[in-house]
Design a protein around this ligand. Structure first.
Ligand code: HEM
Length: 413
């Protein structure tokens, strides 16, 4: 292998300093699709491109167990989460999430969220100023909790929304944001575990095919049900990322502000365009910077190698902005997805491969469904965009318009 070309110095500080740009910048200095580096004290290889996606998702190449750093588990995913499992253990746990792939369930979740949005919008018109990022999170929390079978009296949507946002916001940065994220997770795991126990004891009724009932009765193998903490972790692994769609709602508002011509087409209810718009928001705006796993054996990609026990990184942000794939990657152009729907391993904001068997996000259809509906609603909403800081700093992970996208003078359609 080209060990002599791998930097001796660990690049973790550079990653923390440069955020989304770190990997694409380094990739630009190489042939463009592979980079030998060092991260978290280990040799690492970063790859990108649809063929590299298949290489990354090959289970004989990469394992997830032990790959996710503890601060990410303690904030974003939770200890023992599906994200950290391999092989049969992963497949057994993934069963829990497979209903998320069913069109009628996606439609029902979207209905719950859009009902919550339509109700919330009426109160926005009575307020002098509304921050869309924060309000979308409350709407998404109400919708997903209803859909998941959590009785309305069992949760308080506003503090729960704040905690779910905090878990995402603090996963990648040491300091106060991470501390908030840890506290939020600890608090919500305890509450959610109590809900699971109440369902198990019969003290709380949850519809039989609801997500709450499913986590309460799920068994990974022939053994007993999940301990209530792990069940809570997995229920939160549905609630938290659904609420994280707020990031995309804020980005959608940003896109409609910068390129208002798209508003007309969305307003008219052109379904194909709404789908294309949702894909372009997920491609263009930064969310997951990259994915990583532990190499099972020595791996070589385009002449560069990484030993067993190293890290293989998939450059998600870089691939979504790869000129070879997209031609004009830094132009926001939903029309690119009208000409041609994305191939599964090309557009990878939520991972690649097969969501039913591999680690690809099982919530991708939910995300696209929610974004289609909410983008149309956003386009139909009358509001003013007052002066504010709309910059989206690439050094911050996860990033968003700094102001959260504030609007005034909201008038419901
Ligand atoms: C804001 C939108 C979302 C983004 C950007 C996102 C992104 C991702 C990414 C990058 C992964 C990792 C893929 C991998 O490790 O290979 C993932 C996994 C996952 N996502 Fe999402 N996701 C989103 C929404 C959702 C939603 C709405 C749900 C559920 C309703 C969901 C549930 C999950 C679960 C359970 C996993 C773990 C899958 C596994 O390890 O097998 N996500 N997501």
């Amino acid at each position: 292998m080209d060990a002599h070309r791998r930097p001796l110095i660990d690049r973790t500080p550079a990653l923390l300093a440069e955020g989304y740009a770190w990997l694409p910048n380094r990739m630009r200095e190489t042939t463009g699709s592979v980079l030998s580096t060092r991260l978290l004290g280990r040799p690492a290889l970063a790859v990108r491109g649809p063929r590299a996606v298949r290489f990354f998702y090959d289970e004989s190449h990469v394992h997830r167990h032990g790959a996710v750093p503890a601060p990410v588990l303690d904030t974003l995913f939770g200890q023992g989460a599906v994200h950290t499992l391999d092989g049969d253990a992963h497949r057994a746990r993934k069963e829990l999430f497979l209903p998320l792939l069913e069109a009628d369930r996606v439609a029902r979740l979207t209905d719950h969220v859009t009902a919550a949005w339509d109700e919330a919008v009426r109160s926005w018109s009575e307020r002098p100023r509304v921050v869309l990022f924060d309000e979308a999170a409350v709407v998404l929390t109400r919708g997903v909790c209803d859909w998941a079978g959590i009785p309305p009296g069992a949760v308080d949507a506003e503090p729960l929304a704040r905690d779910l946002l905090a878990m995402v916001d603090g996963f990648a940065t040491p300091g106060p944001r991470q501390l908030r994220a840890r506290r939020a997770r600890a608090r919500q795991e305890t509450r959610t575990a109590r809900l699971v126990e109440e369902v198990r004891s019969g003290a709380l009724a949850a519809p039989a095919d609801s997500m709450l009932a499913r986590v309460a009765r799920h068994r990974d193998t022939a053994q007993g049900p999940l301990d209530s903490r792990t069940a809570a972790v997995e229920l939160l692994n549905v609630l938290r990322p659904t609420v994280a769609v707020s990031w995309f709602v804020a980005f959608a508002a940003h896109a409609l502000h910068r390129w208002p011509a798209h508003r007309e087409r969305l307003r008219g209810g052109d379904g194909a365009f709404a789908t294309a718009f949702a894909h372009e928001v997920r491609r263009f705006y930064p969310f997951a910077p990259f994915l990583g796993g532990r190499t099972v054996r020595e791996l070589t990609w385009h002449g560069e190698s990484v030993p067993a026990g190293g890290i293989l990184l998939l450059d998600v942000y870089g691939q979504n902005h790869d000129e070879e794939l997209w031609g004009d990657p830094y132009t926001f152009r939903p029309g690119r997805f009208l000409d041609r729907p994305p191939a599964p391993d090309e557009l990878i904001p939520q991972g690649g491969g097969d969501p039913a068997h591999g680690h690809r996000c099982p919530g991708e259809r939910v995300t696209v469904g929610l974004l289609e509906s909410l983008a149309v609603r956003l386009a139909r909403l009358e509001y003013t965009v007052p002066g504010q800081d709309l910059r989206i700093p690439l050094r911050r992970v996860p990033t968003r318009p700094r102001s959260g996208f504030a609007v005034t003078g909201v008038r419901a359609p």
